[in-house]
Write a protein that binds this ligand. Structure first.
Ligand SMILES: C[S@@+](CC[C@H](N)C(=O)[O-])C[C@H]1O[C@@H](n2cnc3c(N)ncnc32)[C@H](O)[C@@H]1O
Length: 284
């Protein structure tokens, strides 16, 4: 008889038929093709669009700007982390969190990892615009799942909207890789779309609202029509993040203890749209 599938696997792959019955919103049928995703991020970062006197990368118009509110909320949690000497950001994207880190920790050595050279260039432009010392931040173009040796000994790792594009089994790998490069007692800060609303410190009304928002998002997520339209309009890009239960993933890994968490949201023109969870975990 075949071995029973681990709960996280069945939830990931097999439960999409029950999409409407699971109030936890954890049952997205995850779309994941590593090569395709990499190409999509790169083309959305490389394509630049003129907005008056500015040129903005397409990724910022589609995602980056709307994620900024949660990146600022993540920064509020990170701010309490003392004075780390070495900080690593995984999946820097167009650099909004990176720029906040460089502002808050001017004495720290910061490493920004992304596998998209388009994203790294976009981050460099933002740091330049925000007048940061380019000597403070080193960019490493690599896969977050295989971090080079020079990146070990980190006091802190921060990452926003990277864990929630990964299948659950890869989230476990990412947590292992993060633990490997962190010093003992090093801190991990992660922001993701929140798929565990009932365990969040939100009011009843907020939970109801975000539960409906997650359900709506689930309807759109990877719908064939929208995907086709998005590919046509946005240089092949389509959204990848989906709500997950990050606290459960971290606890299950046994590698970190969760020290604190905060709630936030993706906002469109200032209006809350999707729920976000930010956690602070300490390496065991
Ligand atoms: C959804 S974006 C988030 C970007 C940024 N943190 C933000 O909040 O706007 C995810 C980023 O992670 C990068 N990424 C995804 N998977 C990666 C991997 N396996 N290794 C390195 N970078 C990765 C993508 O290129 C992209 O820039």
């Amino acid at each position: 008889m075949g071995q029973a599938l681990p709960a996280i696997f069945t939830r990931e792959c097999a439960s999409w038929h029950f999409a409407f019955s699971d109030a936890r919103n954890n049952d997205f049928q995850l779309y994941y093709d590593a090569n395709e995703i990499e190409g999509e991020f790169d083309s959305a970062a490389t394509c630049r669009i003129g907005l008056g006197p500015w040129k903005v990368c397409l990724y910022d118009i589609l995602m980056g700007f709307w994620e900024r509110h949660s990146n600022r909320d993540a920064m509020r949690l990170i701010e309490g982390a003392g004075q780390p000497e070495r900080i690593l950001e995984l999946g820097v994207g167009s650099g909004h969190l990176l720029s906040l880190l460089a502002t808050r920790f001017p004495q720290s050595e910061i490493f920004g990892v992304d596998y998209s050279s388009g994203m790294i260039e976009a981050s460099k432009r933002l740091l330049y615009r925000n007048k940061h010392s380019m000597a403070q931040v080193r960019f490493v173009k690599c896969d977050c799942f295989h971090l080079p040796d020079g990146l070990d000994g980190q006091d802190m790792i921060a990452s926003s909207f990277l864990f929630d594009i990964q299948p659950y089994e890869r989230i476990e790998h990412l947590l292992k890789e993060s633990a490997r490069v962190l010093k003992p007692d090093g801190r991990l800060f992660v922001a993701v779309l929140d798929g565990a609303l009932e365990s969040s410190r939100r009011s009843w009304l907020e939970r109801k609202f975000f539960s409906m928002a997650n359900s709506f998002y689930r309807l759109c997520y990877r719908s064939e029509g929208l995907r086709w339209l998005s590919h046509k309009l946005f240089k092949g890009y389509y959204t990848h993040c989906r709500p997950i239960d990050i606290e459960a993933c971290v606890e299950r890994s046994g590698l970190f203890s969760i020290r604190s968490s905060a709630v936030s949201s993706i906002r469109i023109c200032g209006v809350p749209f999707l729920p976000v969870r930010i956690i602070e975990a300490v390496k065991r």
